[in-house]
Design a protein around this ligand. Structure first.
Ligand code: B16
Ligand code: MG
Length: 217
């Protein structure tokens, strides 16, 4: 049977979360405040606009619409400086093994990311060709935990949502997958991702047996 396997990007395929954090932190600092790594969890999987809204609220800061746009552009410029230095050494462990196994077994493989920079990142790490379809921040109007991104990915693969599996590192993304009626696989800590159907620290813990079960059940 052909199932759909939808991969989140940031935190699942590559650890760009650290670059988002650095760039947002610098932006907050330039506005005269700071935020913690615990607060940063709430930015994972969340769109650029929603991220900036949260950060400004943390700093009790309000800005005009023009300034808001300028701040987003500033953050993205700094973020892209980190992205431009990336190469395939930044792919998280065993991600290529799992991708290749799914492709060899004729499964539908799609990207479901909130990032508007998804394509450029996949190009930098040389994984663009592995994905049959890509749904990213340019294709959706509602941010995770809304299921739109994953439902669009299922549609792009011509596979029913119930036959899709989502790999996610964020709470918002796990919730989006659950709402979409997909199998949710959390990549990260059990304490954070407890709403997921299955949780692994990383892809090295995902066995061929486990993938076969997902394909065949
Ligand atoms: P950009 P994902 C998400 O990517 C990140 O987790 C989130 O922190 C970021 O704000 C969002 O992309 C938007 O990214 O500014 O590049 O459009 O985890 O959904 O792959
Ligand atoms: Mg993510």
């Amino acid at each position: 049977k052909t199932k759909g396997f939808i991969f989140d990007l940031d935190g699942v395929i590559v650890d760009t979360a650290k670059y988002h954090f650095l760039a947002w932190k610098n932006l907050a600092n330039s506005l005269g405040f700071d935020f913690t790594e615990t607060q940063n969890e709430q930015l994972k999987g969340v769109s650029r606009v929603e991220s900036l809204k949260k950060i400004l609220a943390w700093g009790n800061t309000t800005v005009s619409d023009d300034k808001f746009q300028a701040l987003m552009a500033l953050k993205n410029t700094e973020y892209l400086e980190f992205i431009n230095k990336m190469d395939d050494s930044e792919i998280l462990p065993d991600v290529p093994r799992v991708l290749d196994y799914l492709i060899e077994n004729n499964q539908g493989v799609s990207l479901g990311s909130a990032s508007k920079n998804a394509r450029v990142i996949l190009e930098k790490v040389n994984l663009l060709s592995k994905f049959k379809t890509i749904v990213d921040g340019n294709d959706v109007s509602k941010a995770k935990p809304d299921p739109e991104v994953f439902l669009n990915a299922a549609k792009s693969l011509h596979i029913n949502p119930e036959d899709c599996v989502v790999f996610e590192d964020s709470v918002a993304g796990v919730q989006a997958a659950n709402t979409a009626n997909m199998i949710s696989i959390g990549i990260g800590s059990k304490a954070v991702l407890h709403e997921a159907d299955y949780i692994f620290n990383d892809f090295t813990e995902i066995s061929t047996d486990f993938i076969n079960k997902l394909i065949n059940n």
